[in-house]
Ligand binder design. Structure first.
Ligand code: MN
Ligand code: MN
Length: 299
C-alpha cells in the first residue's frame, strides 16, 4: 500500500475517533428513549450533554489517546523506545491538567501510579471497563507492522489503569481489527478476523446483538463490532451507535475509529469534520504522521 493511502486511512481513524467522541458526548448516559424525546435522531455535533461541552469539544477518549501518542513519540525521540513509565507520566500529567472527564478506573490507576510508582495493579475484576480500549489507537499506529511489539505496548499502556483479561482481549482484538482496516482489508476479511476473535473469547459474541452500550468492555465491544459491521457508511454507523446512548462518546469514538480507517479521511462527513476545533485537527494530523513514521522506521 502507498504511504499516502495508509496516512489517509490512519488520519480517518484518528479524526473519526474524535468525531465519534464529540458527537456521542452530547448523549452520554442518556437512554435511547430520552434521546428520541429530546433530539429525535441525534446526528449533529452540538456539544452540551452532562459535561456541558462546546460544540466540537472532545473528552477523555480523544485526549488520553493524544497523551499516549505523545508519550510514545517522546520515548522514540529520546532513544528509550516505547517506555511504559513515560506513558504513565503522560497519563498523570493529563490528569493534573484537569481533563473535562476521567473515568473512575482511569483515575484510580493514575492515583496508584502517583502513590507508589507501579505501572500496573493486580488483576482486578473491577477493571473491566472500556477506559484502556478507548485509547488503543496510538499504540497500533506506532507499531503497525509488528504484532509482537503492538501486543506489548498495547497491554502495557492498558494495564496502567485497567488490569483485566477482558480489557486486555478487547484492546488486542479491536486493535487488530483497526490494523486490518488501515491495510485496506475488506468486509469478508474483517468478518474472518472478528469471528476468530469471538471464537477465542466467546464472551464478546455479538450476533444476535444484545443491545447494551455501557462502559463495561464486553457491552462496548459488542456494540462496536455490531455497528461497524452492520453499516458500511461512516455516518450511518456512527448515528446508529450514539443513539443507543449510555457510554455513547466511547462507543462512538471506537466506531468512528474503525469506520474512519475503513473510509479514510476523505470519506468523513465534512460538516462533522468542520465542527472539530482546528487546533485539535492539527494536533491529530501531526501525531498521526509521526506515529506512522515510527512504524515505518523500526529501531
Ligand atoms: Mn469520554
Ligand atoms: Mn465515555
Amino acid at each position: 500500500m502507498r504511504t499516502s493511502e495508509l496516512f489517509d486511512r490512519a488520519l480517518g481513524a484518528y479524526l473519526g475517533l474524535a468525531i465519534g467522541d464529540a458527537l456521542g458526548a452530547t448523549v452520554e448516559f442518556m437512554t435511547p428513549r430520552e434521546i428520541r424525546q429530546r433530539y429525535g435522531v441525534h446526528r449533529e455535533i452540538t456539544g452540551g450533554g452532562w459535561l456541558k461541552l462546546r460544540a466540537g469539544q472532545v473528552t477523555d477518549d480523544t485526549t488520553m489517546s493524544l497523551a499516549l501518542g505523545d508519550a510514545l513519540l517522546h520515548g522514540r525521540r529520546s532513544g528509550v523506545g516505547f517506555d511504559t513509565r513515560l506513558i504513565a507520566d503522560a497519563y498523570a500529567a493529563w490528569w493534573r491538567g484537569r481533563p473535562v472527564d476521567c473515568g473512575n478506573t482511569c483515575r484510580r490507576g493514575i492515583q496508584r501510579y502517583l502513590f507508589d510508582g507501579s505501572l500496573q495493579g493486580p488483576v482486578n475484576d473491577g477493571d473491566a471497563g472500556n477506559g484502556a480500549l478507548m485509547r488503543c489507537l496510538p499504540a497500533l499506529l506506532a507499531t503497525l507492522d509488528d504484532d509482537a511489539v503492538f501486543e506489548s505496548v498495547a497491554l502495557a499502556q492498558a494495564r496502567i489503569t485497567h488490569h483485566n483479561p477482558l480489557s486486555d482481549a478487547a484492546v488486542l482484538g479491536v486493535g487488530r481489527l483497526l490494523r486490518l482496516q488501515l491495510q485496506g482489508g475488506d468486509a469478508v476479511a474483517s468478518t474472518v478476523l472478528v469471528d476468530a476473535f469471538v471464537a477465542a473469547h466467546p464472551v464478546f459474541r455479538h450476533r444476535p446483538y444484545p443491545g447494551r452500550a455501557s462502559g463495561y468492555v464486553v457491552d462496548t465491544v459488542q456494540t462496536v463490532l455490531h455497528h461497524f459491521a452492520a453499516h458500511a457508511d461512516f455516518e450511518d454507523a456512527l448515528v446508529a451507535t450514539v443513539n443507543l446512548g449510555d457510554d455513547a462518546d466511547t462507543t462512538g469514538a471506537l466506531v468512528g475509529m474503525l469506520a474512519g480507517a475503513r473510509c479514510g479521511v476523505h470519506g468523513l462527513p465534512r460538516r462533522w469534520l468542520a465542527r472539530l476545533e482546528p487546533a485539535l485537527v492539527h494536533r491529530i494530523t501531526e501525531q498521526t504522521g509521526a506515529l506512522l513514521a515510527c512504524a515505518l522506521t523500526p529501531v
